[in-house]
Design a protein around this ligand. Sequence first.
Ligand code: CU1
Ligand code: CU1
Length: 275
Amino acid sequence: MAVRKNQATLTAQEKRAFVNAVLALKGNGGYDSFVSTHNDFIISDTDNGERVGHRSPSFLPWHRRFLLQFEEALQAIDPTVTLPYWDWTADRTAGASIWGADFMGGNGRSGDSQVTTGPFAFSTGNWTLNVRADSRSYLRRALGSGVAQLPTRAETSGVLAISTYDAAPWNSASDGFRNNLEGWRGVNLHNRVHVWVGGLMTTGMSPNDPVFWLHHCFIDKLWSEWQRLHPSAGYLPTAGTANVVDLNEVMKPWNNVTPADMLDHSARYTYDTGF
Ligand code: CU1
Ligand code: CU1
């Protein structure tokens, strides 16, 4: 059974294995297709057609499936690798070890926000952005400048206490666990972390920053915690809802997986906290 671990507990060897698998996937072209897929599923509430990846109930199952596909791609390179998660309620400063030169690399420099340390620095030659909105092909970050503070454990616990998964109008105005976790409402958990990191993380091409996977792995873990706290709550809506993915409807771009298929991850992976 694959166990996803807190990144703060990884050994030097585990960090190296994860970084090397990510770099290998980047090198063979596979990585950039994940960036494109993510960017294709950034949508607004007012788009015509179905909302899938964001601002809708399927935000959580869509990203669970997306992370699984990425993890499988890494495991095809190195079967020992699993996705680590970044508990940003605990590791909440630019000095935290996650930003070390042996792992994610550090903050962007002043002026152009270019990341110049670690394995994803442009100068290494291993991390040129190909899926991008402008001519800048280097990874950028501005830790703590778009918003000063990462979410706290108390704020996160408050969101985990919300007993309803989601609610009409099933978008960024909804009340419920999903939208409070996604961050369009309330204390703002997920969106705020993207803004705190800054740079590419504030765009639809956010997977260009490998910390995207560690952030979303923690979002996935929080969903898992919520499921355990509210065992009878389930996914909503169950059926008959226009423009969003109901419980048993397939999700693009895969077209062979439903939210119902994603509710129980225990056959595929568990977290180091025991579920
Ligand atoms: Cu996303
Ligand atoms: Cu995200």
